[in-house]
Ligand binder design. Sequence first.
Ligand SMILES: Cc1cc2nc3c(=O)[nH]c(=O)nc-3n(C[C@H](O)[C@H](O)[C@H](O)COP(=O)(O)OP(=O)(O)OC[C@H]3O[C@@H](n4cnc5c(N)ncnc54)[C@H](O)[C@@H]3O)c2cc1C
Length: 404
Amino acid sequence: MTSNTRVVVIGAGIAGVRLARRLGELGVPVTLIGEEEHRPYNRVLLAEVLAGRYSPDVIALPAPAELTRARVTGIDRAGRTVECADGTKIAYGTLVLATGSNPVLPPLRGLFSPDHVLPEGVHAFRTMDDCLGLSKAVRPGTKAVVIGGGLLGVSAARALALRGAQVVLAQQSERLMERQLDPSASKLVRRHLTDLGVEIHTECRVRDVRCVGGTVRSVEMSDGYALDADLVVLACGVHPRVGLAQISGLDVRKGVVVDDELRTSDPHIRAIGDCAQHDGTVYGLATPALEQADVLAESLAGRTHARYTGTRSLTRLTLAGQTAFDLAAFGETEALPGDDVVQLADATRGTYRKVVVRDDRLVGGVLVGELGTVGALARAWEGAEPLPSDGGPLLHLLTNDGGS
Ligand SMILES: Cc1cc2nc3c(=O)[nH]c(=O)nc-3n(C[C@H](O)[C@H](O)[C@H](O)COP(=O)(O)OP(=O)(O)OC[C@H]3O[C@@H](n4cnc5c(N)ncnc54)[C@H](O)[C@@H]3O)c2cc1C
């Protein structure tokens, strides 16, 4: 058993697939285990499938040769094996958890049956199955209610509107995508969705999902107002999928705790992607998941003393369609007292650019509709180098696209 050098990866999402491919290239034997029936795919592009812009094939990931379709239900740390739902046991030298996230299901009355099945017409939006289920259910004129106005809810609302649904988006807080955007950029996202026909309710708390005969009929707000609904999308965030790690006795806080070598509290088990918590952070984003996979591949191949020191990750959202709408946001998009801020807005064209600078360093920014400078800004932010102080560098940052 101790001579087993096989790496077993649980989870064939973005992180698991990238790791398995890299290990394959580096000559390390690897088994990838994934529970989803579909070919591994790029989850970030699911909204484009829902919008009808891409077919599922287009978002497939180049999968490594050895993919076992199974759900892992237990880890025997002492015997170094994992057990699958069908009773199969697979031995590992090193185990990698790349189990991703689960959608948060809000505590609404009417949502849960004793067997934990969502009512007919109510969908999460996380997997290809969720996406295909939604896609099958939506028709022109379908009354759809999206609960949640973060990145996921905005993407889902827009995709359903492009499919001809009458969409209402219910957001609990006062503006859309508040985690990534400042108020001005949120307003532009709102305008874009409104132009597509989406009705947006902010500061609006949903308290009940009403069903008849197991099928959703309406959604009730906390003020008693009810919205008719043929379709409800739950876009209320995600939480790291840590159940396996917990029952195996690993150190789990928000996510599975890992060090700079992506090692959990068991030296034979590593964790990457949405399920991992590094230096107090669970990212829940694609770029950190890929960077962690790359570092871990190097580390497991014994190539370097590869270390993961965190990711400064940019959020990008492209809402293509008849009216394309691009945005990118990074770091702190709202200024603190004493920060320097430069913003350029063009209400007619719907563009908006803003950077926040603190002590001569770029600490954040948001660009809507005009992304020519995003590469230069991201480099300045990632490098955290002091900005030149010879007058006008802020405006220069916003207007220089690197080529002009
Ligand atoms: C619609 C949508 C849009 C998004 N847009 C963006 C975006 O614009 N930018 C961005 O950065 N991020 C975005 N994200 C988030 C991004 O998709 C995740 O951060 C990324 O997928 C994380 O990759 P992962 O491999 O860690 O996890 P996942 O992609 O969740 O993959 C985990 C896989 O593990 C499998 N698994 C779990 N447990 C087991 C088990 N016990 N046995 C077998 N298999 C198991 C799961 O079924 C799943 O296939 C979006 C997500 C969604 C759903």
